[in-house]
Design a protein. Structure first.
Length: 281
C-alpha cells in the first residue's frame, strides 16, 4: 500500500469492497479480532490485510520482544495525534539570530469533519519475529481474541445480560417512557434473545429513526456479538444492506462507530462478569 494514498481514500475503497452481503459478513467476522478498534480502523485493516489478526506499530512490537521483518505488508490506520509542546512559530517570525522561522506541518494528519486524526503505519504479527536482543515488556497472549472460555458459563452470562436489557425495556414501555416495541415474552433459543435484545438496545440507545438503515446496523451489532460468543448468527439477514451502501461515507462512519462502541461495551461487560464469576466460584 502506498503511503501517498490517504486513509480517507482507503476507507472509500474499503466500503466498495464490502457492498455485497458475503463480503460484508466476511468483514464482520474479521472484526471479531479487532472489536476494540475504532470502526474506521477495522475497515482500514480489513482493506489492506484481510488476514491480519493483530497489528501494532514498529515501536509497539518492540515492547512485545518482536522485530518487524524485511519487506513487511504495511497497514495504515488512525491514531489520535500526539500533543506536542514544541513552540509554534508564525510564518515570517525570526529567531534571535535573525533566521526566519516557519510553522512546521504535522506529518500524516488527516481531518474527517472536525476530527483530527494521525495516520500511522502498523504491521501484522505475521510480519514480525521474536528478537532475543529485545526485552519483552508486554505479554503477547493478551493481544489475541481468546476462545479459551467455558462457553456454557459464558453463554449463561450473555443470557442474564440480555434478560436485564429485556426487563428494563419492558419496564420503560409500561411507564410510557419509550415507544412500545415488539419483544416476545419467550424465546426458543438464546440466539433469538440476544438478537432481539441487542437490536432493541441499538434503536433506543442511538435513536436511529430510519428503519431500514437502523435494521442493518442493529443486525450488524447482533451478528458481531453472536459470533464473538459462538452463537448462531442465522437471525441476521442483512436485507437492508443496499440502503446502507447508498449513504455518504461520513454517515456510514458515524453510525458504524456508534455500533462498534456498543459492541465493545456489551462484550467487555460480559467478559468482566465472567471473570467475576470465576473469582467467586
Amino acid at each position: 500500500m502506498r503511503a501517498s494514498i490517504t486513509n480517507y481514500e482507503r476507507l472509500q475503497r474499503a466500503f466498495k469492497r464490502i457492498e455485497n452481503k458475503d463480503d460484508y459478513i466476511r468483514f464482520l467476522k474479521f472484526s471479531k479480532n479487532f472489536y476494540k478498534e475504532d470502526f474506521k480502523n477495522q475497515l482500514l485493516i480489513f482493506y489492506q490485510n484481510p488476514e491480519a489478526t493483530v497489528v501494532k506499530t514498529f515501536v509497539e512490537w518492540k515492547l512485545y520482544g518482536r522485530m518487524v521483518i524485511k519487506n513487511p505488508r504495511k497497514v495504515y490506520i488512525y491514531k489520535n495525534p500526539k500533543k506536542k509542546k514544541d513552540k509554534k512559530f508564525i510564518d515570517g517570525q525570526v529567531d534571535v539570530n535573525g533566521k526566519e522561522k516557519k510553522q512546521r506541518k504535522e506529518a500524516g494528519i488527516e481531518y474527517i469533519d472536525d476530527e483530527k486524526l494521525r495516520r500511522v503505519c502498523t504491521f501484522d504479527i505475521s510480519d514480525t519475529m521474536v528478537s532475543r536482543k529485545l526485552k519483552k515488556v508486554l505479554d503477547i497472549k493478551n493481544l489475541y481474541y481468546s476462545d479459551n472460555y467455558d462457553i456454557k458459563k459464558l453463554q449463561e452470562i450473555v443470557e442474564d445480560t440480555c434478560n436485564i436489557v429485556k426487563n428494563t425495556i419492558l419496564e420503560l414501555e409500561n411507564q410510557d417512557l419509550i415507544t412500545k416495541t415488539y419483544f416476545p415474552e419467550d424465546y426458543k433459543s438464546l440466539d433469538g434473545l440476544v438478537y432481539e435484545a441487542v437490536t432493541t438496545i441499538y434503536k433506543y440507545s442511538f435513536g436511529f429513526h430510519y428503519k431500514n438503515l437502523g435494521e442493518n446496523f442493529a443486525e450488524s451489532i447482533a451478528f458481531l456479538i453472536l459470533d464473538y460468543f459462538d452463537l448462531d448468527t442465522s437471525f441476521c439477514k442483512f436485507n437492508y444492506l443496499n440502503d446502507f451502501n447508498m449513504l455518504d461515507i461520513r454517515t456510514k462512519l458515524k453510525i458504524g462507530s456508534k455500533a462498534q462502541e456498543l459492541v465493545q461495551s456489551f462484550i467487555d461487560f460480559v467478559k468482566e462478569e465472567y471473570d467475576e464469576a470465576l473469582k467467586s466460584a
